[in-house]
Design a protein around this ligand. Structure first.
Ligand code: PLP
Length: 281
């Protein structure tokens, strides 16, 4: 396994980061996940633009444009040039003696790796999800490497033999532990607005655009927990999840077996066609 670390592509066993790295001490960093399909990296520019925006939000001084050639080199060195793969990238503020305020004049630590990855295009398995209290902070728009709230709620879902946790803040559905969530109600598609209580997923943005193209009315508003039983369909979106139909959400059952709602199906089919297009720019 090769990794990219601060300008070098090396074996993962030889990649070392200081214990004083602020990512390790504070979770002071940003990450990004992209997938490469037959036509290159899916929505590459959108992912790298989001990475730059997030670094800017927390004042990490790093120019993401410098990574374009490095990503290509990493994929090649990993033997994945012609393969479907996942690219993980993480940039932390760098290494300095432990002190809360931002140290001046240190270099960011940059780490990336690529792994083979098969996308769940023919995802016939409907998802089961628990609902859980969204006790995360009020800056979920930042793609922070500190993911305790996300991993704790996801673990609760695993313990309940479910696939995902759907988070509820102040009686409103925000998002999944590592996905965005959409509902369909009276033939309208409804998803939480992109504010500080959710991560504005790239897949979410693609879905918003697809709804426009397909003339499906889309409303960006939070569905309340109590409204869940009155919704007709629900699905998750995410880079590694794609579009996954939800069969069971908390106490509410949408479908028995592997049924899928008509609008979820329409959006999944339209989304699947995107993989044949070069979406890198
Ligand atoms: N919401 C959260 C909390 C996530 O962690 C993720 C993906 O990691 C998403 C939503 C989906 O974002 P994207 O579509 O960019 O993968």
């Amino acid at each position: 396994q090769k990794v990219y670390l601060n300008g070098e592509i090396i074996a993962s066993e030889d990649a070392n980061i200081s214990v004083f790295d602020r990512g390790f001490l504070f979770g002071d960093g940003i990450y990004e996940v992209m997938v490469q399909l037959e036509n290159g990296i899916f929505y590459k520019k959108a992912h790298l633009d989001r990475l730059q925006e997030n670094l800017d939000k927390i004042g990490i001084d790093f120019d993401v444009d410098t990574l374009y050639p490095e990503i290509d080199a990493l994929i090649e060195a990993s033997g994945l040039s012609d393969a479907s793969c996942l690219i993980y990238m993480q940039i932390t503020r760098g290494t300095a003696p432990r002190k809360h305020s931002y140290p001046k004049g240190i270099a960011a630590s940059v780490m990336m790796y690529a792994l083979p990855f098969e996308l769940p295009y023919i995802n016939t398995k409907n998802m089961k999800a628990i609902t859980a209290n969204d006790f995360r902070w009020h800056r979920c728009d930042i793609k922070s490497i500190s993911l305790l709230g996300n991993i704790m709620t996801n673990e609760a879902a695993m313990i309940a033999d479910c696939d995902e946790a759907v988070l509820i803040r102040d009686g409103k559905v925000t998002e999944g532990s590592h996905t965005n969530i959409f509902f369909v109600k009276d033939s309208k598609v409804v998803t939480h607005p992109a504010n500080e209580h959710i991560l504005d997923g790239i897949t979410r943005k693609v879905l918003v655009q697809l709804c426009k193209e397909l003339d499906l009315p889309l409303i960006e508003k939070a569905i309340s927990f109590d409204e869940i039983p009155n919704t007709d369909e629900a699905f998750f979106t995410g880079t590694t999840t794609q579009i996954a139909s939800i069969a069971q959400l908390g106490e509410h059952t949408y479908y028995d077996g592997n049924d899928i709602g008509p609008i979820t199906k329409q959006l999944r089919e339209a989304f699947a066609k995107l993989k044949d297009i070069d979406t890198a720019d």
